[in-house]
Design a protein around this ligand. Structure first.
Ligand SMILES: [Zn+2]
Length: 289
């Protein structure tokens, strides 16, 4: 089969490493072209790793995040490009403060869609990945990521839309990546208990008790356990954002690979015939385009 092209649209540098990273590493290792599109520069990310809270880092956050992103992309073996919008930050407080002027979530939708359509028409992905309608997590840039990706999926193949943004290209499928699956966390939590170790997920699981498990929406599971080490290397590359002693790294690799060696997706729209459940994002697609 000839090379296929996969494009994942993420809000901030580091999102690509925490959501579907092993899937991308796998498809890249298998000879496909994989492109991460990062919508914003992550300029408003706080330093979440105490070891990186050093003089000079905060002052040059945009450059630091570019360097981290380049390392993460190299760890995953994928290409990466920036769309150039400015991080909206996660508004906190009651009432919530207004979004910063000019930030990504305040940019008119069509302006962001045209920018993404331009990349879609140039890279010509067969499959796109984005977040669900809740953004996977309630950050204004993540919700906007969903809106912009879905609009670009529909507009890119239409010659009437954004005629100055390149020759039309019609992507065939678009997925939501579901990172926070309760059933997975419960399984790992049970393993901690079984091994007589304190369960680091207890608080999260208690908080999630009343929420529907996203597993009910999952249509597609990708076996990618052998790429989990690359995912972790990519996560660690985002050194200001990820605490290597944090909960992300609390679960031994062997448990993850043994108990839950997949990443989860929901087929949101398809223009090809496929049968659910799926185990391949390219299912139903011929590689001759
Ligand atoms: Zn993000």
């Amino acid at each position: 089969m000839s090379r296929l092209r996969l494009m994942a649209v993420h809000a901030h540098p580091d999102d690509e490493s925490s959501k579907g990273a092993a899937t991308m590493a796998k498809y890249a290792a298998e000879g496909n072209d994989v492109l991460v599109v990062t919508l914003t520069g992550g300029e408003r990310g706080d330093i979440l790793n105490p070891a990186m809270d050093l003089p000079g880092i905060k002052e040059r956050m945009p450059e630091v995040r570019e360097e981290e992103m380049a390392k993460a992309a190299a760890a995953l073996g994928v290409q990466q490009t920036w769309l150039g919008f400015v991080d909206s930050g996660l508004p906190e407080g009651d009432p919530l403060p207004p979004l910063p002027a000019g930030s990504f979530a305040t940019v008119p939708l069509d302006e962001a869609v045209e920018a993404l359509v331009r990349v879609v028409r140039s890279f010509r992905p067969h499959v796109m990945i984005t977040y669900d309608e809740h953004g996977g997590y309630p950050h204004p840039d993540h919700i906007r990521d969903h809106e912009v990706s879905m609009a670009a999926f529909d507009a890119a193949g239409d010659p009437e839309r954004f005629p100055d943004a390149g020759d039309p290209w019609t992507p065939l499928k678009i997925y939501y990546v579901h990172g926070f699956v309760r059933a997975r966390m419960q399984l790992l939590a049970d393993e901690f208990t079984k091994q007589g170790i304190e369960n680091p997920y207890k608080e999260w699981l208690d908080r999630w008790k009343d929420r529907d498990d996203l597993m009910a929406r999952v249509t597609t599971q990708i076996s990618c356990g052998e790429y989990f080490p690359q995912r972790d290397e990519a996560l660690r590359a985002h050194a200001t954002q990820i605490d290597p002693n944090g909960v992300f790294f609390a679960v031994p690799m062997e448990w993850q690979q043994r108990l839950w060696p997949t990443e989860e997706y929901e087929l949101a729209k398809t223009r090809v015939k496929t049968t659910l459940p799926e185990h391949d994002l390219f299912a139903g697609i011929d590689g001759d385009e």
